[in-house]
Design a protein around this ligand. Structure first.
Ligand code: ADP
Ligand code: ADP
Length: 228
């Protein structure tokens, strides 16, 4: 089973900057893959295509077999559910008075209600070890706790693929370890954009290296890092 299939993806920004030059990648269900590469390589541009935030270039993206087609509003809504984006800064993702409301926001927005909504929220908070702070205000949590709650807000959507931007940034060693354990315990497909090579090696058996808008390497993370 395939979670993500990207084929011939090319994209230039409106100012003419060509950011992607024909990217191909297939990620199987349940794989954990690191997306590595220098600044300006096109990592952000690539990720923003996975749920249709950026579009209009060449090529195709499919998530769980469904094409990302920005003209098809109904399909796009399903794509946004299937692709769970965890931003680098959790404060871009948490805006409700309580943790519980933040985690409920996404599924509620999809029409999930009642006991099913409660189950989703409880399960997502449980997954990230944050059930005990459900009634607290996100801004009163530590940074590491806020990042875990941000992961829970996305897990509550029951995504096909979890995409994290620099998940280990600004975490102390204990929080890094806790988050690593959480990510290793998930059975969802994970794509992690990172500059943290030890974290990539620890969490992701496979890495894609993006460089100058093309996939420069794709293979076992430890092997790729040894070749660097
Ligand atoms: P990365 O995430 O790997 O650092 P980006 O996807 O942000 O790379 O950038 C890829 C290329 O596209 C770079 O040359 C960058 O300067 C350019 N770029 C990114 N965003 C924009 C934008 N909004 N307008 C024009 N060029 C952009
Ligand atoms: P990161 O590597 O952490 O993704 P970047 O420095 O690539 O950060 O990009 C930060 C922001 O600046 C992004 O929103 C990106 O789209 C924008 N950006 C990057 N390069 C350009 C550019 N040449 N012109 C306009 N916006 C850009």
């Amino acid at each position: 089973d395939v979670s993500l299939e990207v084929s011939g993806l090319a994209y230039a920004y409106p100012d003419g900057t060509q950011a992607l030059f024909g990217v191909d990648a297939v990620i199987g269900k349940g794989e954990r893959v690191a997306l590595l590469g220098p600044n300006g390589a096109g990592k952000t541009t690539f990720v923003l295509h996975l749920n249709g935030i950026l579009h209009g270039g060449a090529g195709t993206v499919r998530v769980g077999g469904l094409p990302v087609d920005p003209r098809d509003k109904k399909a796009l809504k399903e794509i946004r559910r299937r692709v769970g984006l965890v931003f680098q800064d959790p404060d871009d993702q948490l805006f409700m008075p309580t943790v519980r409301e933040d985690v409920a926001f996404g599924p509620a927005n999809l029409g999930v209600r009642g006991a099913e909504l409660e189950r989703r929220v409880a399960a997502a908070l449980e997954r990230v070890g944050m059930a005990h702070v459900a009634d607290r205000a996100p801004q009163h949590l530590s940074f590491g706790q806020r990042r875990r709650v941000a992961v829970a807000t996305v897990l509550a959507m029951e995504p096909e693929i979890l995409v994290l931007d620099e998940p280990s940034s600004n975490l102390d060693p204990a929080s890094r370890r806790e988050l690593a354990e959480i990510l290793l315990s998930l059975d969802v497909t994970v794509l992690m954009v990172t500059h943290d090579l030890p974290y990539a090696a620890q969490l992701c058996p496979r890495a894609l290296i993006l460089s100058g808008g093309v996939i420069a390497a794709d293979g076992p993370t430890l092997g790729l890092l040894a070749d660097e």
